[in-house]
Design a protein around this ligand. Structure first.
Ligand code: APR
Ligand code: PHB
Length: 392
């Protein structure tokens, strides 16, 4: 079958779903092609930290009913170094901004429902195979759906198809530089049916490695520990996970509550980006163009920030026949992407064990942590990056 739309979107993650809603609001037709089933996309467990800008956008899209009820606003974060815990308060350091804890898969569920309620077509289990004509006025996406081959012709293609998608493969190699760090450690993440032991997140350096205490609700905790890259979940029976978390997160007068673990997985840590996200009528957004290590909680927020620029640029093109925002799309996104890359890298090096205890590198880490304790300027730097800069 051959069919057409204005904007062909590949990928129903946070990027593709928010783009479709913004375009629909501005009267621009689009279709989303998603490789996986709805159930798969909605149950993929990922991070859950929303910046103020992201919450504002979901509200603007009219998809925040559940987020407003169930999302947990946090006004500070605990940072810990070998048992010494320090709180960074957001409100006073950032002029009242905060973060909201709400699982990414819940965001995805809400956004899918909002798309479907507004009549936006999402084709699940539609596998985009290649894109043609990116330098023409009518590019096409060739995809497979229900065992048949299809062609979607459009004015623009949005590659919102994540790190492993096909969008990036259609940027000519000589149009961008690629930057990549593979970190020598991974995160083992768990979800457990137990009330959180802390009212706010705790990021902890410990000589045995990093740990993070996060949460999903009053009855579900989300926790992570640094493990080796070649480690497997089989090496981590539940008791061992709790024991290790308890040591690494520990501080005087505090104890970690354990409970039944219902999800356990290992994620590698990488920084990745390209410095041009467009070619002709093809525009990339989100994980398709950049990955940050999860230590700053920036992944979803960056994806949504790209989409704000892309939606404005496309609107300006359709409403005013003005392509200036399309031309500057990559440069406009890259300012925030570089900031997030730097902050995520900073948090990663500050809290992970990379060097022997007592080594020069390790003592520099400690000095950076102590500096947060004595300097309002350093605490403010962390707070404003963590909650996300409003404009950049
Ligand atoms: N055809 C159709 N869909 C595809 C294809 C393809 N060839 N390749 C990938 N996809 C789909 C994936 O199945 C996935 O659902 O694209 C979607 C991309 O979604 P995400 O990976 O969630 O990426 P993005 O929307 O950019 O959101 C970034 O997700 O990975 C996290 O930490 C990351 O929080 C960040 C957020
Ligand atoms: C999470 O809740 O899953 C989470 C929170 C903060 C991070 C990473 C993950 O930095």
């Amino acid at each position: 079958m051959k069919h057409s739309t204005k904007v062909g979107i590949i990928g129903a993650g946070p990027a593709g779903l928010t783009l479709a809603l913004l375009l629909q609001k501005r009267g621009i037709d689009c279709i989303i092609l998603e490789n996986r089933s709805r159930l798969y996309v909605e149950s993929r467990v990922r991070a859950g930290l929303l910046e103020q800008n992201t919450v504002d956008l979901i509200r603007e899209l009219g998809a925040s009913e559940r987020l407003d009820k169930e999302g947990l606003e946090h006004h500070g974060v605990y940072l810990s170094f070998n048992g010494v815990r320090q709180r960074v308060p957001f409100k006073e350091l950032t002029g009242g901004r905060c973060i909201t804890i709400y699982g990414q898969q819940e965001v995805v569920k809400d956004l899918i429902q909002a798309n479907l309620d507004r009549g936006i077509e999402i084709l699940f289990e539609a596998h985009a195979k290649h894109i043609e004509g990116t330098k023409t006025d009518n590019p096409s996406i060739f995809y497979q759906h229900n065992g048949e081959e299809h062609e979607l012709t459009c004015d623009f293609v949005a590659g919102c198809d994540g790190y492993h998608g096909i969008g990036r493969q259609h940027l000519p190699k000589d149009t961008y530089n690629e930057f990549r760090i593979e970190y020598p450690f991974s995160w083992l993440g768990i979800l457990a049916n137990v009330a959180p032991s802390s009212d706010e997140l705790i990021y902890a350096y410990h000589e045995r490695g990093f740990a993070l205490h996060s949460l999903r609700s009053e009855t579900v905790s989300r926790l992570y520990i640094q493990v080796e890259n070649d480690d497997t979940v089989d090496n981590w029976p539940d008791e061992k996970v709790w024991e290790e978390l308890s040591i690494r997160l520990g501080t005087e007068g505090w104890s970690l509550q354990s409970g039944p673990i219902f999800e356990k997985s290992i994620t590698p840590m990488r920084s990745f980006m390209i410095d041009n996200m467009q070619h002709g009528r093809l525009f990339l957004a989100g994980d398709a163009a950049h990955i940050v290590p999860p230590t700053g909680g920036k992944g979803l927020n960056l994806a949504v920030a790209d989409i704000r620029f892309l939606a404005s640029a496309l609107t300006n093109w359709y409403d005013n026949q003005d392509d200036s925002l399309l031309q500057s799309y990559s440069q406009d996104c890259l300012r925030r992407i570089w900031r997030a890359q730097d902050f995520s890298n900073f948090m990663t090096y500050l809290f992970h064990k990379q060097a022997p205890h007592g080594s020069f590198e390790n003592l520099l880490q400690k000095s950076k942590f102590d500096y947060i304790r004595i300097s309002k300027a350093q605490a403010t730097t962390i707070a404003e990056n963590y909650v996300g800069l409003k404009e950049i």
